[in-house]
Design a protein. Structure first.
Length: 249
């Protein structure tokens, strides 16, 4: 990403309301996703995080408001669960390669193969590239699918709770990749792991029927209160501790 691209607007939601079958899920949502954005969406289940993601992806048209999108915007997407058939005999390398469609080419180009090599090395999957995707652990698979999502050099990467089914070691290994990626593309990350992501992202957006944007990664009591239910925050440090927010009836 060149210096001239910094702060370049990719998508802007302006007073957007969105939902399904005539039912509003989120309302008056405004946020700019720029080329240097690295934001975490946090909030309760059912608060509207997925609805906003679907709007950003172009899968859901707003009921009101405006979505301004850069023409030909390239977006990479990593969901919680990929719908790959893990019994299908496809290698890790071929999964990553499938993230870049090359028309009717029967064989990948030299550039595509070089890109796969680069990503496998980046994700520390070099020694597993010829393994079946189904033979990998959950954390290894998500790293492979992350490589697939960025194979085409997207301008924006959207991660929808990508560590939900990972153990702590696998989660840490995936999160360690994101700061480096954020130098190359904008990132929107949905997560419930508030304590961990606060040290990874640049900014935070709280989502609960609308969106509250905070231009820093500092977690405050006011932000946590948006959940409107007890939130457990584990602070990582020499003396880990928990902060429990009272439930407001």
């Amino acid at each position: 990403m060149t210096e001239s691209d910094t702060h370049k607007q990719l998508i802007s939601l302006r007073n957007v309301s969105a939902g399904y079958d005539g039912r509003v899920v989120v309302s008056n949502v405004s946020i700019d996703i720029n080329s240097d954005t690295f934001v975490a969406f946090i909030g309760p289940n059912g608060g509207g995080k997925t609805t906003i993601l679907r709007t950003l992806l172009g899968q859901l048209a707003p009921m009101s408001g405006e979505v301004v999108r850069q023409p030909n915007l390239k977006i990479g997407y990593l969901p919680q669960i990929n719908d790959y058939d893990l019994q299908f005999p496809i290698t890790v390398r071929d999964v990553v390669l499938s993230g870049q469609l090359e028309g009717n080419r029967l064989f990948p180009s030299r550039e595509a193969n070089e890109r796969v090599d680069e990503l496998l090395h980046f994700a520390k999957l070099d020694n597993l590239q010829n393994q079946s995707i189904g033979a990998l652990s959950g954390g290894q698979r998500q790293r492979a699918f992350l490589c697939r999502a960025i194979m085409g050099n997207p301008q924006l990467l959207i991660l929808d709770e990508p560590v939900t089914y990972m153990d702590k070691v696998s989660e840490t290994n995936l999160y360690r990749l994101l700061p480096e990626l954020s130098k190359q593309m904008a990132i929107v990350l949905v997560s419930h792991d508030i304590g961990t992501i606060a040290g990874v992202v640049k900014t935070i957006a709280c989502v609960n029927r609308t969106l509250y944007y905070h231009p820093s990664n500092r977690i405050t009591d006011a932000m946590l209160s948006i959940y409107e239910c007890p939130v457990e925050l584990v602070t990582h440090g020499a003396v880990p501790h928990r902060v429990l927010i009272n439930h407001h009836s």
